[in-house]
Design a protein around this ligand. Structure first.
Ligand SMILES: Nc1ncnc2c1ncn2[C@@H]1O[C@H](COP(=O)(O)OP(=O)(O)OP(=O)(O)O)[C@@H](O)[C@H]1O
Ligand SMILES: O=C(O)C1=C[C@@H](O)[C@@H](O)[C@H](O)C1
Length: 294
């Protein structure tokens, strides 16, 4: 089922397919770039490259709603990211990598707002894994309190103890993509649990994180300041301080997926805000391929 609404939107700030599912379809015009050049910069096999080229279509990005489509495949493309059918590539790469995982869980780590939930859902669906979110499991374990309430009522240490407990339980599970809390990396014992699976760091520039978080609001994020002042600037300041504390810990992950690197490969300069979750999920699989096949 497909409908259309206004054209002439600017270069797409990425839109969460879940948020638009059920709404009219958008036609977003993209600036055409050098397709062939960018395809050569993506580290994909020749076979895949041939398939990508096959799916190249002209200019307009259609965001469509279709009953057969998974959330991961809602975006249909004209130029990059609408250049090729991202979801087909994701599926094909998932099929290729999935046997190498041997059922091991994938633990997504990264700063708050880095897309662990959004990308995790896309990735889990593609792999035929289930998705789970540590923060949600902690909230359930603490009688349905929100993370913000848990911090307020019981303090951060109590929250972290529960986080460790949840990670311990998850470490004996299989076939899960797990979105961990932004601070899960600080306790060494959590790494012991995550090492039962494979850890993937979603490395997103702080400016992009601050923009995303400012757009959503910081109410649900107890570690961000609630003081007055420009929301973007104070979020940026707090994220910078947190990243200084945690940067090294994130680097413990088995695999790093850097949005800056993806943007560079795709010739997007430093612009990471148009990289779709599907493209990020593909990059996760490519990095896993490097890890598991070499
Ligand atoms: N590739 C992307 N481009 C632009 N915005 C994105 C992208 N991925 C996620 N977002 C947006 O960023 C926000 C945070 O994403 P998400 O909740 O997936 O992050 P998270 O890492 O799970 O955060 P937290 O650790 O705080 O739970 C959401 O509003 C989401 O729609
Ligand atoms: O970065 C952090 O320390 C946190 C991130 C969130 O996912 C929650 O786990 C909680 O708000 C703490």
């Amino acid at each position: 089922m497909e409908a259309r609404f206004s054209q002439g939107l600017q270069l797409p700030t990425w839109t969460n397919p879940k948020k638009i599912a059920g709404k009219p379809v958008s036609s977003l015009h993209f600036i055409q770039k050098n397709v062939e050049q960018r395809l050569h910069q993506i580290p994909i096999s020749c076979h895949l490259l041939t398939r990508i080229r096959k799916f190249c279509r002209p200019l307009v990005l259609k965001v469509s709603r279709s009953s057969e489509n998974s959330p991961a495949s809602v975006l249909k493309s004209g130029t990059f990211p609408s250049l090729f059918d991202e979801s087909k590539i994701l599926r094909s790469k998932s099929e290729e990598i999935e046997p190498y995982l041997n059922g091991r869980c994938i633990f997504l780590v990264g700063m708050m707002g880095s897309g662990k939930t959004t990308v995790g859902e896309v990735l889990s669906e593609a792999l035929g894994y289930s998705f789970c979110d540590c923060d949600t499991l902690i909230e359930e374990a603490v009688g349905g309190r929100t993370v913000a309430e848990i911090f307020k009522l019981h303090g951060e240490c109590f929250f972290r103890d529960n986080e460790t407990e949840v990670l311990k339980k998850l470490s004996s599970e299989h076939r899960l993509v797990i979105s961990t809390g932004g601070g899960a990396v600080v306790r060494p014992v959590n790494w012991k649990h995550m090492q039962k699976g494979i850890s993937v760091w979603l490395d997103v520039p702080l400016e992009a994180l601050a923009r995303r978080i400012t757009a959503i609001g910081t109410d649900s994020r107890p570690l961000l300041h609630h003081e007055s002042g420009d929301p973007y600037l104070k979020t940026m300041k707090r994220l910078t301080a947190l990243f200084e504390e945690r940067g090294e810990a994130y680097a413990n992950a088995n695999v790093r997926v850097s949005l800056e690197n993806i943007a560079a490969k795709l010739g997007l300069d430093d612009d990471v805000c148009n990289i779709t979750p599907t493209v990020i999920a593909i990059e996760v699989l490519l990095q896993l391929e490097n890890l598991l096949k070499n």
